[in-house]
Design a protein around this ligand. Structure first.
Ligand code: 5GP
Length: 191
């Protein structure tokens, strides 16, 4: 039987990655795998081709765009592309795995459009802009200017939440995890 798509998008600082990693680690029964994107940025650190990403040259990436091989893609800035290869996802779905997309908001909306009822699109939302500010300040990895920039972006990104199937408010992490698990289990068990 073919697997289904689970899309996770969120403004930064929402705790999305924590929830996704918890699901893949603690819930093997859900049969989850990550979608591996393609990018034209060079590998960083220990990143490997076919593990974190498929690393392509900008020319290779553009050729695949021309050949309509992408489910969705974005050129973040000149020659810096990110995208999801149709063949990659189809292979994973055919093997019966449920494919997780940990993807930016625009990409998430596009994947949902492509897969329709075959996909559950979850928007992980921080409780409020004020709370998000506290978290970013607490994390202490950004300057005050960077924090304000991220907050303005988050506010803009939150305006896309209604386009998702479900909004999970990450106020309390354990509650958010439980809600996510329930939404996914219901979706995967439905006919
Ligand atoms: P990084 O370069 O740090 O790995 O990723 C930068 C950004 O690219 C992240 O915000 C991530 O969500 C986005 N990204 C990664 N893969 C894809 C993809 O397949 N499609 C789109 N649209 N964005 C992606």
């Amino acid at each position: 039987m073919n697997g289904k798509c689970l899309i996770f998008s969120a403004p930064s600082g929402s705790g999305k990655s924590t929830i996704v990693q918890w699901l893949t680690k603690e819930h093997p029964e859900l049969n989850l795998v990550f979608s591996i994107s393609a990018t034209s940025r060079p590998p960083r650190g220990t990143e490997q081709h076919g593990v974190e990403y498929f690393f392509l040259s900008p020319e290779e990436f553009k050729a695949k765009i021309e050949a309509d091989e992408f489910l969705e893609y974005e050129e973040v800035y000149t020659d810096r592309y990110y995208g999801t290869l149709k063949s990659q996802v189809e292979e994973q779905l055919k093997s019966g795995k449920n494919v997780i997309f940990d993807i930016d908001i625009k990409g998430g909306i596009n994947v949902k459009k492509f897969y329709g009822e075959h996909a559950l699109a979850l928007f992980i939302q921080p409780p409020s802009v004020d709370e998000l500010r506290k978290r970013l300040v607490g994390r202490a990895t950004d300057s005050p200017e960077q924090i304000e920039e991220r907050l303005a972006k988050a506010e803009y990104e939150m305006s896309f939440a209604p386009q998702f199937d479900r909004i999970i408010v990450n106020d309390d992490l354990d509650t958010a995890k439980a809600e996510t698990l329930k939404a996914i289990s219901n979706f995967l068990n439905a006919e």
